[in-house]
Structures are given as C-alpha cells and as structure tokens.
Design a binder for this molecule. Structure first.
Ligand code: AGP
Length: 566
C-alpha cells in the first residue's frame, strides 16, 4: 500500500527520492509525489506511476526531502489527493500512510479556525495542525499535531526553514536507514541500495533525521537504539535478467526452501507447541492457506481463523500468526486482540523487524529474502516448508524431502497451456485433503494476476452445487497425487468430464488413469509435500496466463503487497 520515503544527506536529493520511491513501487499505489526544501518548499505530485510523475525531477533542493506513493483510501487518485499535503502557506509538507480516524472532526475545527482544505484526504489535517502550532517550535509543533491524531499512521514531514525530516509511527511501518546520510522508509527495500544498517521505529515513537543523525523519543523520553544489520541484499531485490520479479521469485524457490530449512530453529517452537491442547492459526490471503495446510498435516488440534474475522470466531488459545510481510493490518488487529485477552502469540514471518515480530512473543523467520512481486510465491512455499519442518519436529520424524525443480521443469509446457486458458472466462481448481490448499492457492494466483475468475473446491464439494457451472470447455485444474484421496478424485474428474470440462490434470508420473482422464496431463514425482510440489506449476500457469493477457504480474490492479488497512 502507500509507501513513504524520506532523505537527509549530501547526495542528489531528487535522484535519491526518485530511486527510493521506485523501490517502493511494488507495495502497490496509484499516485506519486515528492517535496523538497530549497529556498522554500517545492513539490511535484500527481496520479500515475513514479516514472510518469517524477522522471526528470528537477527541484531546487538543499539537503532534505520526502516522497510518497499513494494507494487511495479517502478520495480518488488525482493531483489534489496525491501526497505530499500542505498547509495554505506551504510551510509544511506531509506524507502519511494509514488512516486518521478522527479527521472529520479535526477538519471541521480547523475550517472553523479559517483553514482552507484542497483535498478529500484524511492526511491534509496534519500539515494544518503542524502549521497552527509552529509558534511552539518545529519539533514541538509536530509532536502536538501528532498527539491530536487517532487511528493508524506513519508520517513523514518537512518544515520550511530547516533541513530535517520529522517522523511518527502508530500501527504503520517505518524504518530508518543509516550510512552517514539518513533515510526514512516504509520498508528496508527502499534504502537497501545505499545501506543495510536499519533502525526500526516502534509504535508511539516520534522523532526526526537531520545532518547530525537521528533522534527518537517516546512519551517525551529519548530512545537510544542502535542500528541492526539487514541480511538482505539490494541484488535480491532486483530482477536479475528475468522479465518480472514474480518469475524470478518462482525460480528462486529451490534456493529459498534450502535457506528456510537451513538451521534447526524450528525445534524450540515445535517442543513448545507439542505441549498444547490446541493452537489457533490466524493469517490472511495466501498465508491463510499455509495455515490451513498446517491444519491438514498436523496432529495437533488446530483452529484456523481468517484474520479479518478473528474477534467473531476466537474462543481462546495460543496463536500462531503467519504473514509474509508481518504488516498485514487484519493480522495485526487479530493478534492485538488475542494479546489483550492474555494469549501467547507465536509468529511465522518473512520480513525481519516487521510489526508482527514486535508484537509476537516468539518469532521464527522463513528467510525467503525480499519478495517484490505482489503475488506471494516463494514466501508461500517457504511458509509451507517451515510448517512441514515444525510438524516433523513435533512428531520426532525426519523432515520430508522437498524438491520443487520438477514443477519448474514444466515451465515451457505451461507457457503453451497458458495460451489456451487465457481465453477462458472462468476456471475451477479441485483438490482433496492437503491439496485443497494447493487448489485454493492456484485459483488465487490466477485471479489476482490474470484477472480470470477462478474457484477452488474440495473435489467432493462440486456435486453439492458448483457442478451446475460446468459446461463444454470449462477448464478444471485437478491436483491428484497418489494419496488416499486419489480414487475419489478420479470419480470427481469423471463427474466434471462427463459435463464437458476441459481437464488439466496434475498427478504422479506414470499415473495412467490420471493421464487418460485428463485432456492435458502433467506428471510430477512422488512427494510427501504435495502442496509445495504442485503449487509451483500452478504459479507458473498463472504467471504465463497473465503475461499472455498483457497484464503486469508484478503489479496486479487494485492490489498491494503489504495490506495495511482493514
Ligand atoms: C497473495 O498472493 C496475496 N498477495 C495476498 O493474499 C497475501 O498473501 C495477503 O495479503 C497476506 O499477506 P501477508 O502474508 O504479508 O500477511
């Protein structure tokens, strides 16, 4: 969702702001803008891509500036609603992520006092509030304004006359980058090309960066925090010759899964989980499918609750929260709620230092490296790998062999198949047992990046309604390895086939019955981790279909990488 970037340093301000913002594009946005301090504050902002709005950026800047990518919540994407926002005299420029819940009341009060608003955003109250309090001094004015806000925010502000970038955080991520120059960003990917030294800002903290360094305080007390070194590399966040990040990230999976399983760090949590009577897994989107897979494979009684529905369904018990970003607002709200009721929260996360890792009592990382494509690929299979490992430690058995290369080897064939299915209006994905999860994930990938309607069902559920939708030529992807469900799935394939479905079968090499029943068949080796093995070709199928249809798989419409609103 929205991305914030700020910079104070001796480098080329405009170029740095542009490059920082380019690295935040993957979060998803519809408008872009920057503001810099020169003799006065100058700015450029509009709806459109970073390149459309900000290429050839030449603003009279001295040492400090802020930049923003906006994902519209309050008001349509247009020039006026783009960030930064200003007070009338343009003494203050503000970028903001999150939602100011009391903005209507604040706006009415400010308007009564003569302030004139130009946008429909909630953010615009902030520069007016800062401006009103400037008689207190810059930092005091910023603090006073922030103290009046309710809701969630990461804020970056500049004030004419100084060379500082002010910041504040509540429920929306912010991190500083340090290398003699100072960076402020929504995530570390934005400044990785310059530095790996990061200082994570916590909820309730407020401060500034300037030429002298960084200052953080909470409730008026100075916070001393040393930078930590991020293990990710800038190169990992680059396309590396691939057409899209998504394709690169799909092909990274063999390496990533090795990284995930490279140490025995799951042992401690596994020993602890084995002592529980019940575990509640909460997560969203693809991460929720990883949670569901854990329910299928684990002997521990597990409740899975979609994070956005959590308070309505939670009846107590220890939590395992799963999130790639560690920032998903639904998941954060769910675990804050559970914690308020006294629950212990464990977390499986990819992004180091993310909000979830701060709230959770115990965190284990997937170590999948930065994932730039909006569609979760390597982070999903690394979550699954971690959960299989956790399960093995809980049972005292060997971690099963995980090999995703056979799925990758189908790349060319799936590219051809993509040409055919790209003409489809609607598709079905069927699986049983743990491969219901594979079906869910395959269908979600196709929906989100190819914009083709796709539904996943347990094989046995089709006859209870959805079968009515099967007619001549409707593609049905069936995931059917040789497990205990295979026979029943063969029956389910017959049911759709006899109604005209075009069956795309994924099964075990040498499964002649599956081959004979399928219109096209893809064989994979025997595996104990079929949701991982079979997800990989479904990622490729979705990717190629999106490309055939001319969609950008890295930045699907309407979606964001890190979903920081509820
Ligand atoms: C998956 O391709 C999606 N981008 C989305 O469903 C995602 O998994 C969901 O928003 C949860 O994100 P998280 O893992 O960062 O919490």
């Amino acid at each position: 969702m929205c991305g914030i970037f700020g910079y104070v340093g001796s480098g080329d301000i405009c170029k740095t702001l542009y490059q920082g913002l380019k690295s935040l594009e993957y979060r998803g946005y519809d408008s872009a803008g920057v503001a810099v301090i020169g003799n006065s504050i100058s700015f450029v902002k509009d709806a459109g891509t970073v390149d459309q709005v900000l290429s050839d950026l030449k603003l009279p800047a001295r040492k400090a500036g802020i930049a923003h990518t906006r994902w519209a919540t309050h008001g349509r994407p247009n020039q006026l609603n783009s960030h930064p926002h200003f007070d009338e005299k343009k003494k203050v420029a503000v970028t903001h992520n999150g939602i100011i819940e009391n903005y209507r009341k604040l706006k009415e009060e400010l308007q009564k006092r003569g302030h004139v608003f130009r946008s429909q955003t909630d953010t615009e109250v902030i520069p007016h509030l800062i401006d009103e309090n400037l008689h207190l001094g810059e930092f005091e004015a910023f603090k006073k304004a922030v103290s009046m806000l309710k809701g969630s925010y990461a804020i970056a502000a500049i004030i004419d006359g100084s060379e500082r970038v002010y910041f504040a955080r509540r429920f929306s991520p912010l991190v500083l980058g340090v290398n003699g120059d100072y960076f402020l960003a929504s995530d570390v990917v934005a400044f990785l090309r310059w530095t790996k030294k990061a200082v994570f800002i916590e909820d309730g903290e407020i401060g500034y960066i300037d030429e002298m360094g960084f200052h953080i305080e909470k409730d008026g007390v100075k916070v001393n925090r040393k930078p930590t070194t991020i293990q990710w590399n800038f190169e990992e966040a680059a396309k590396d010759g691939y057409d899209h990040f998504m394709l690169k990230e799909i092909f990274e999976q063999p390496k990533v899964i090795k990284q995930t399983l490279s140490s025995e760090r799951f042992k401690g949590l596994a020993t602890h989980l084995s002592t529980l009577d019940k575990l509640v897994v909460t997560s969203a989107g693809t991460s929720s499918y990883a949670g569901l897979a854990f329910k299928y494979i684990s002997q521990l009684p597990i409740d899975t609750i979609t994070a956005s529905e959590f308070p309505a369904l939670y009846r107590g018990g220890e939590i395992l929260a799963i999130s790639q970003s560690g920032e998903t607002a639904d998941t954060m709200t769910a675990i804050r709620y559970a914690k308020s009721l006294g629950a212990q929260v464990d977390a499986l996360v990819n992004v180091v230092g993310s909000t979830l890792t701060r709230i959770a009592d115990k965190t284990i990382y997937t170590h999948a490296g930065p994932e730039i494509g909006v569609a979760a690929t390597k982070t999903f299979t690394s979550q699954l790998a971690a959960l299989y490992a956790l399960n093995s430690y809980m049972r005292g058995t060997e971690i099963p062999k995980i090999d995703v290369k056979p799925g990758l080897a189908l790349n060319k064939d799936l590219k051809k198949l993509a040409m055919d299915i790209s003409k489809s209006k609607s598709m079905f994905y069927l699986g049983r047992g743990q491969n219901y999860v594979t079906a869910l994930e395959g269908a979600l990938k196709l929906k989100e990046i190819a914009y083709i309607h796709a539904e996943a069902y347990q094989g046995g559920e089709m006859k209870h309604g959805p079968l009515a939708l099967i007619e001549e030529g409707v593609p049905v992807v069936v995931i059917n390895p040789q497990d205990s469900y295979r026979k029943k799935m063969l029956g389910n394939i017959e049911e759709v086939k006899s109604r005209g479905a075009f069956v795309i079968g994924f099964g075990e090499e040498g499964d002649d019955e599956m081959r004979a029943l399928s219109n096209v068949f893809y064989g994979l080796p025997k595996t104990e981790v079929s949701p991982i093995t079979y997800t990989v070709p479904l990622q490729l199928l979705a990717y190629h279909t999106a490309v055939v249809l001319g969609r950008n798989p890295d930045k699907p419409r309407n979606l964001a990488k890190s979903v920081t609103v509820e």
